[in-house]
Ligand binder design. Structure first.
Ligand code: ATP
Length: 286
């Protein structure tokens, strides 16, 4: 099943984010800047990782892509067409158009899956909503694509494992045949061996369908395996951006080096690494 249909010249990136800024009102007055002047592009079928410690603004950017957050400033374009969330009066139509292009998978599929629907019913609803054939063979082919079988097809979310629920959430996103899949900490709640299976599945889906991935994670070892490019965020701004291999092996920015030092591995020293994980510990100023 191929999702990506090219409508713009190859020189136009599939996803182009420019100058994104989002502030939130603070309870006591004033505003918190969650994302400031964030810009990046993703080519057709590309894979971008967005990494940074908790609170760095990754989810704000991810949620803006799918229209869950309305930016104060900046633009989001898909294939050269403006898809910035927020123009009043067109919200519903824009949401549907955007959903057909960009789908999101969240950290906790329990929250996003309807507990009353079996996997089969869940996919049928998604297929119908977006005008695709929803007969059993289509549903079974989607389930098969994410490694779920007939037992899981008739199970409700509570009867599935965490990994199976995430597979179902991915299948539901794929049912829409999006051009871009945004995954916000999509493997963070899974144990390491299940994480590896889901990452492998996503790599296969990307290869087979041409869907582009935007992979948000606090975990550098996760993006290492699945992304071509990595963008590092700190306190709402992009501090470094480049090919994943280069960013992870030869980081230019001191903050990226601190994030790397926080990845547990042989000889890892939690005391030395803790600066990257807790903002209370001073990190080098940019
Ligand atoms: N709806 C909101 N209202 C107010 N502040 C918010 C809101 N959403 C996020 N923030 C704040 O914006 C900043 C960035 O949050 P965001 O969730 O984008 O970061 P993150 O890097 O994804 O972190 P995490 O991985 O912990 O979710 C944080 O300081 C957060 O508290």
């Amino acid at each position: 099943m191929t999702h990506a249909t090219t409508t713009a010249p190859d020189t136009v990136p599939l996803l182009a984010v420019a100058g994104l800024r989002k502030t939130y009102r603070l309870p006591g007055g004033g505003r918190l800047t969650a994302a400031d002047d964030v810009s990046f592009t993703v080519p057709r079928g590309g894979s971008l990782g967005i990494v940074g410690e908790s609170g760095s603004g990754k989810s704000t950017v991810a949620r803006t892509l799918v229209g869950l957050v309305r930016p104060d400033r900046g633009t989001v374009a898909v294939d050269g067409t403006d898809r910035t969330p927020g123009r009043r009066g067109r919200a519903r139509r824009d949401r549907l158009v955007r959903a057909r292009e960009i789908q999101m998978v969240f950290q906790d599929p329990y929250v996003s899956l309807d507990p009353r629907l079996t996997a089969r019913q869940c996919l049928r609803v998604a297929l119908r909503l977006h005008g695709h054939p929803a007969k059993d063979p289509h549903i079974e082919s989607l389930l098969d694509q994410v490694g779920l079988g007939s037992r899981e097809a008739d199970a409700r979310p509570h009867a599935l494992s965490g990994g199976q629920r995430q597979r179902l959430a991915i299948a539901r996103a794929l049912a829409v045949r999006p051009r871009i899949l945004v995954l916000d900490e999509a493997v963070a709640a899974l144990d390491v061996s299940v994480q590896a299976q889901i990452l492998q599945l996503l790599a296969e889906i990307r290869r087979d369908t041409g869907v582009a991935l935007v992979f948000v994670s606090h975990d550098l070892s996760v993006v290492q395996h699945i992304t071509d490019e990595t963008l590092v965020m700190r306190r709402g701004t992009v501090v470094e951006q480049g090919p994943t291999g280069r960013v992870l092996t030869d980081p230019e920015h001191a903050y990226t080096r601190l994030l790397l030092a926080s990845v547990p591995r042989k000889g890892w020293d939690p005391a030395a690494a803790s600066g990257a994980g807790r903002t209370a510990v001073p990190v080098p100023e940019v």
